[in-house]
Design a binder for this molecule. Structure first.
Ligand code: ADP
Length: 446
């Protein structure tokens, strides 16, 4: 059976869901196809927050921030390789994205710090609860309330064109039935390729053998499909590792743990880096340590400040000690060295100056029993490169010309994050550009 709709969206992560809601609210019929049994993609795994400046939530909490500062941090974090006009769209529409989500029922009341940010601007649910699963639930509920059809276990395999016009997609359902969904607008929201080990290792040989934090659906399908109809690609070799991933099971530990005060130590019990440097710098520093691994260390105060940590403790990812000496023993580290490390760090917190590594934000000293560590190292996390888009989320060909009827949003696109994505900017990207794609598609179909 062939289906017909106005807008078909490939992928049900945050970007696809946001696009769907806006296209529907713009008066268009929408179908989402999702190859996995579960809605939400990698967005479900997002734990850090949603970066936005000048939000009502920040204002209520007395946080002074500016869009200009969010813009500068994003460009600096991306080594100025970012496409400037896309970063302008990202940062100028971020506060509105937060308001939109709150109006749809989201709780984004906790505002924390992420690496590379000069202010607290990472919005997440009260108590620092995981943000991705919360946003996916809110968006999914809203999509369902609007009668948006989501076909799960349905894989898009090809984008169709006729005489240069987009006409729909070919999909395969779970019983291997192939059919066509006819649509004048196709929005590609398939996410990145962080789970495609061959693809990332081919693009960057140094990542050969690396694990991933991504869900198994992140295989880059949208890039291949869109490139086949002429889409341009940008920054494909820019691939980010996340520094704090549990080596034994690929479980990602949110950057917010460091943001809320944790430090990193090596197997000697010494700090070795400013923990709030960007992800690439911290990853690199860990790879220089013995065993290419490190320990994320925090105390009861940090644990209480962030409810995501409860999940880590429950899952047995932490090792703990009532005292520093006990912790040192558990880790097989010289306790005098570890005590000296903590004494120096706590002194830096008191002085407000980290002479050793220049860490600016040290929200609390580590002095409350118990003490915890999680062993962590880098794994592939985010693919910055992808489809070329303009400021309306329309896909561009290699010459910068719009491919009429084709839109792309979220991790499948390239250029927004340049050479390195700041933690908390992915959700901003998904919601800001997802909304924009839905709005543009609805408008273009008028
Ligand atoms: P983003 O963060 O950009 O929204 P996500 O990874 O959260 O990206 O979501 C992308 C979704 O797209 C995932 O749920 C993934 O399973 C889905 N997807 C990827 N490739 C296909 C495909 N070929 N057909 C249908 N869905 C796909």
């Amino acid at each position: 059976v062939n289906l017909t709709t106005d807008v078909v969206i490939i992928g049900s992560g945050g970007a696809g869901l946001a696009a769907a809601i806006e296209a529907k609210d713009g008066g268009k019929e929408v179908i989402i196809v999702e190859k996995m049994p579960l809605v939400g993609g990698n967005t479900l795994r997002a734990t850090g927050g949603l970066n936005a400046a000048e939000t009502s939530v920040q204002k209520e909490q007395g946080i002074e921030d500016s869009i200009a500062s969010h813009y500068e941090d994003t460009m600096k974090g991306g080594y100025e390789k970012n496409i400037q006009e896309l970063v302008t769209v990202l940062t100028e529409n971020a506060a509105d994205a937060v308001e939109w989500l709150i109006n749809l029922g989201a709780d984004l009341n906790d505002v924390g710090r992420m690496a590379g940010a000069s202010q607290n601007r990472s919005h997440r649910p009260t108590g620092g609860a995981p943000v991705g699963s919360h946003i996916v639930k809110v968006l999914k509920d809203n999509a369902e309330a609007r009668d948006i059809k989501i076909l799960t276990e349905t894989t898009a395999t090809e984008i169709l064109t006729e005489e240069g016009k987009i006409t729909g997609i070919i999909v395969t359902d779970k019983n291997s039935n192939e059919f066509i969904i006819e649509a004048k607008a196709v929005i590609v929201a398939t996410g990145g390729f962080g789970a495609n080990t061959t693809m990332f290792a081919d693009l960057d040989n140094s990542l050969s053998g690396f694990g991933t934090t991504n869900h198994p659906g992140a295989t880059g399908d949208g890039i291949t499909m869109a490139a086949a109809v002429g889409a341009g690609l940008v920054d494909m070799e820019e691939i980010q590792t996340h520094p704090t991933v549990v080596p034994s099971n690929g479980y990602m530990i949110t950057e917010a743990v460091r943001g809320n005060g944790a430090i990193l130590i090596n197997s000697e019990g010494k700090r070795f880096v400013n923990e709030l440097q960007t992800r690439d710098v911290v990853s690199e520093a860990i790879l220089e340590q013995d065993g290419k691994t490190s320990f994320l260390l925090f105390d009861e105060g940090v644990r209480e400040s962030l409810s995501a940590i409860e999940g880590y403790v429950r899952q047995g990812l932490t090792k703990e000690g009532e005292t520093i000496e006990e912790l040192a023993e558990v880790l097989g580290i010289d306790s005098e060295i570890l005590m000296a490390t903590l004494e120096t760090y706590n002194g830096a917190v008191t002085d407000g100056e980290d002479k050793e590594f220049g860490r600016d934000d040290m929200p609390r000293s580590l002095e409350n029993s118990k003490y915890y560590v999680i062993e962590v190292g880098p794994a592939v996390h985010h693919t910055m490169g992808g489809l070329k888009i303009n400021t309306l989320a329309q896909v561009l060909d290699e010459n910068g010309q719009v491919i009429s009827g084709l839109y792309a949003v979220g991790e499948v696109t390239g250029g927004i994050h340049g050479g390195n994505r700041l933690g908390g900017n992915a959700l901003t990207d998904l919601i800001v550009f997802g909304r924009l794609a839905g709005q543009t598609a609805a408008k273009d179909l008028q």
